[in-house]
Design a binder for this molecule. Structure first.
Ligand code: EPZ
Length: 418
């Protein structure tokens, strides 16, 4: 298993590029199942979760041809409307094929995802939504069986709580359902709006994506499209925090500043200088004194839960006490225990973490438990005295494309041991 060896102390400086968004690419790839025509997707990141999704789509019947960051898919026929446990257990987002499969072929067999390091993460809202669109759903042997031989029909769906992939799954299913579907309390994440843009380019009739009420007028057939997905706001946010925590001078290029509003204003509250030199660039310059600032994770446009771990690492270096409240997932503080091994002062209390700083961090052997936790350990290691060895970096490869190469180019002393 690969590991990272990091020697801390270098202030990062220069330019770091942002890749395509993993969480926009995954539903976009699944959306290609909705049509027999070719779909071309650009700026697809080379990360492990994307490879897992492509393997799943090929098993289902898609023909895929990848060239650099461009992926061309065509699914003339749904050969096997199934997402097997072997794949779903490695990547929960596999459940994004459920809606497209039922809508396109009237049938789907998808493994239930099971537990996850950061929380229970059930998909009951995906299931109840599809039932309201007319699918008959049963569960056996760890699988969901969904059927709609006469096709799906429009319905008004009120989500009990905001769900990103739940909104995406229902939006894709409703695109081919008879009549109108209205999704209330829908997710407003930029990845949802980007998926809607792709579906509209394929011929879908969708209004209100990016707001909490989405209207979809179903059509009989969808066509092909050529779509460039949005930049990865979580990768860009991780780099902004890397620049701040090392008191460096880092320019993150190719990002969408508007998608990072909550993080930018939080960083400014802590005394970090964040400017926008261009339409797709953000520059961060670490201030002299980093001040602590409380933060509560929220659905978009609030502070992203996928940046909580990285922000916690930053707060270990800030003057004062920071209260961090995680409202989205019930078990997303695994990184705190590893940060404490490096010398951080963090007290956990249910959904709350109290971080007292600044504390000098020292290099240590630590273990990554999930994708964003591993990013937070990399950030902490960049400021720790001495050497840190991070185990199980396969977690970070799920969502960051060669992060060690990008960080090394701006001065980080980081190596991957294969
Ligand atoms: C998406 O996950 C992202 N993944 C996650 O990013 C991200 O953390 C999350 O949204 C929140 O922003 C992808 O887009 C592939 P949710 P998703 O459904 O859709 C509960 C990363 O690091 N819930 O919005 O699975 C759920 O348990 C990943 O890149 C139900 O109870 O998250 C959670 O507490 C991690 N029933 C809350 O809602 C459901 O049917 C929000 O989950 C669905 C969700």
């Amino acid at each position: 298993m690969d590991r990272f060896v990091i020697n801390g102390g270098a202030a990062l400086s220069g330019e770091v590029p942002t890749g395509g968004s993993k969480n926009a690419a995954l539903p976009a790839l699944a959306a290609a199942l909705l049509t027999e025509e070719p779909v071309t997707l650009n700026r697809i990141p080379h990360v492990r979760d994307i490879r897992t999704m492509q393997r799943l789509l090929v098993d289902i019947g898609a023909k895929i041809d990848a060239d650099g960051e461009t992926v061309r898919l065509s699914t003339p026929e749904i050969v096997c409307p199934e997402a097997p446990y072997e794949l779903v257990k490695t990547m929960r987002a596999s459940s994004l094929v459920l809606g497209p499969l039922v809508a396109r072929s009237g049938r789907a067999r998808v493994s239930l995802p099971g537990g996850c390091a950061i929380g229970a993460r059930p998909i009951n809202l995906h299931i109840s939504g599809l039932e309201q669109l007319g699918a008959r759903i049963s569960q056996a042997h760890g699988y969901i069986e969904a059927e709609a031989p006469e096709g799906l029909h429009g319905a008004t769906v009120q989500f009990d709580r905001i769900t990103v992939t739940g909104t995406e799954d229902l939006m894709m299913a409703a695109a081919l359902a008879k009549g109108e579907t209205i999704l209330h309390n829908a997710a407003r994440e930029p990845e949802v709006a980007d998926l809607a843009e792709l579906l509209i380019a394929m011929g879908a009739r969708i209004e209100g994506a990016g707001t909490s009420t989405i209207r979809i007028e179903g059509v009989d057939k969808l066509g092909g499209a050529d779509h460039t997905i949005i930049p990865d706001r979580i990768e860009a946010g991780t780099f902004l925090i890397a620049g701040a925590i090392t008191s460096g001078d880092l320019t993150v290029t190719g990002c969408e500043p508007e998608h990072l509003g909550a993080l930018v204003s939080k960083l400014q509250q802590t005394g970090v200088d964040v400017t926008q030199p261009g339409a797709t660039t953000l520059r961060v310059r670490g201030g002299s004194t980093l001040r602590s600032a409380d933060m509560t994770t929220e659905e978009y446009p609030g502070f992203a839960t996928d940046l909580q771990a990285q922000y916690m690492a930053l707060m270990t270096q800030a003057e004062g006490i920071a209260l961090i409240v995680e409202t989205i997932f019930e078990n997303r503080f695994m990184h705190a225990l590893e940060l404490a091994r490096m010398g951080a002062n963090i007290r956990l209390d249910g959904k709350q973490a109290i971080v007292a700083g600044p504390r000098e961090l020292t290099g240590a052997g630590v273990i990554a438990s999930d994708l964003r936790a591993s990013a937070s350990l990399v950030l902490a290691a960049l400021v720790a005295r001495g050497e840190t060895v991070i185990d199980r970096v396969y977690h970070i490869d799920r969502g960051y494309e060669r992060i060690e190469a990008k960080l090394a180019r701006v001065g980080a002393k980081i190596q991957r041991l294969e």
